[in-house]
Design a binder for this molecule. Structure first.
Ligand code: ADP
Ligand code: ASP
Ligand code: MG
Length: 411
């Protein structure tokens, strides 16, 4: 009997009818002889609503209390799904992250999974129960509830699949798989049948929220095979797995992220150790940073610019407060009207022609590029937020649609 871990996202359990149909899908797997662990997210937009309530009460709510609040969303959906399965005659049990043995660091709202003790889950599986686990949460060494960052149920599922040595992990969501661009913005985007962990990790990192980046990294380290697929169809989805890198350099997907802020530290002293000080503070507050640019020095001063996620804006305030006690700088400028557009594919930065084509397409759309960063797997540009949809569509046409046409012509 094979053991499968499945994860159902918020849209998959958005109302009671959807919860019931998820229960039917799970039961059909059990009827085929599988053992099932199902990880569930909060219903629909519950987490967003809880977040708004917290911000109405306090402009920057204490992280521990935020976790206490946000984790309740998943508790509702696991209880309902377990009841729905029991109503179908299939025994099931709902477990919080802590009850499921998920131990995390105590970094509230962005906790990391440290260990998973799978004994209790195995005990219930041996009683022929379906085990329903609350996604996105765990328990710290102080027995406090922690959460794993937005989209964290994906990570719960992949980490459990690794800890339980599951055959594979299925991520059920509201699209048929991982696409060459967000299908909501590019209707001609097509489903990718197989993608490597590296490329998927880069896509997740750059804003393709279909998988949380840590879920991909977990799966890669522990060799978990992951399939992303739709809750609302039987169609096969996208397999994220180990793939040999191909010789030909190819853009696999266009990814965008409008959830970013450009930060500029103005006129910081131009001497050794200052950049290290700024980035140590950012790292200590767990603010992830991308696209770092340091301006030319003038009169012993420099500007240091970088891009952060909007979710880290509260932490940034703390970083600025701490730094202003240690370094003299003129101030901090924030620009929220920006977005990051990226092309992703193994080896693309090694082909300068690809960079040229990307910049040329953006210039044809009269889109100004503010910052650029590259790695072996991607080229990213910071552009005005108002131009993001046309940028995604134009780049998709250049690198995916037109490319397919030329491949067909060559054959
Ligand atoms: P869930 O609630 O199931 O976790 P999410 O909203 O977190 O679902 O992720 C699914 C969404 O990710 C899709 O509805 C889609 O709009 C978005 N998305 C962004 N980029 C991509 C992509 N390249 N492929 C598929 N979906 C994408
Ligand atoms: N409910 C959480 C969120 O909305 C976790 C998840 O859905 O993965 O971010
Ligand atoms: Mg998600």
């Amino acid at each position: 009997m094979s053991l499968i871990v499945q994860k159902y996202g918020g849209s998959s359990v958005a109302d009671l009818d959807k919860v019931k149909s998820v229960a039917c899908r799970i039961k059909s797997y059990v009827d085929q002889g599988h053992r099932l662990v199902a990880v569930v997210s909060a219903m629909g937009k519950t987490t967003d609503r809880l977040m708004e309530m917290a911000r109405d009460i306090h402009p920057s709510p204490p992280d521990r209390e935020l976790d206490m609040l946000l984790s309740t969303g998943e508790q509702v959906s696991i209880a309902l799904l377990s009841m729905a399965l029991n109503a179908l005659g299939q025994e099931a049990i709902a477990l919080t992250g802590g009850q499921a043995g998920i131990h995390t660091s105590n970094f509230h709202t962005k906790a990391k999974i440290i260990t998973i003790d799978p004994q209790r889950i195995f005990r219930h599986l041996n009683e022929n129960k379906v085990v329903i686990v609350a996604g996105f949460q765990g328990m710290s060494s102080d027995y406090d509830i922690t959460t794993l960052g937005r989209g964290g149920s994906d990570t719960t599922a992949c980490a459990l699949a690794a800890a339980l040595s599951a055959e594979y992990c299925e991520i059920f969501t509201d699209v048929n798989g991982v696409f060459t661009a967000d299908p909501r913005i590019v209707p001609r985007a097509r489903k990718i049948n197989r993608i490597s962990y590296d490329e998927m990790s880069e896509m997740a990192n750059l804003g393709a929220k279909v998988l949380q980046i840590r879920s991909v990294d977990f799966s890669q380290v522990y060799g978990v095979k992951v399939q992303v697929r739709s809750t609302f169809s039987q169609e096969e989805g996208t397999w994220v797995e180990k793939m040999r890198s191909m010789e030909d350099v190819k853009v696999r997907a266009i990814t965008h992220n409008g959830n970013v802020i450009k930060v500029v530290f103005l006129e910081v002293p131009d001497r050794p150790g200052i950049a290290a000080l700024i980035f140590k503070e950012l790292a200590d507050c767990s603010v992830s940073v991308d696209m770092i640019i340091q301006s030319e020095g003038r009169e012993d001063k420099k500007d240091v610019a970088f891009v952060i996620s909007r979710e880290d804006d509260n932490r940034l305030k703390k970083v600025v407060d701490n730094l202003s006690r240690k370094v003299q700088f003129k101030g901090v400028k924030l620009d929220e009207a920006v977005a990051k557009i990226s092309i992703v594919g193994a080896g693309i930065a090694s082909d300068p022609n690809i960079a040229y084509r990307m910049f040329h397409v953006l210039s044809e759309q009269e889109i100004n590029i503010d910052m650029i960063s590259t790695s072996n797997l991607r080229i990213s540009c910071l552009i005005p937020n108002s131009s993001i949809n046309e940028a995604v569509q134009a780049l998709h046409k250049e690198f995916i649609e037109d490319e397919e046409v030329s491949i067909h012509e060559e054959l």
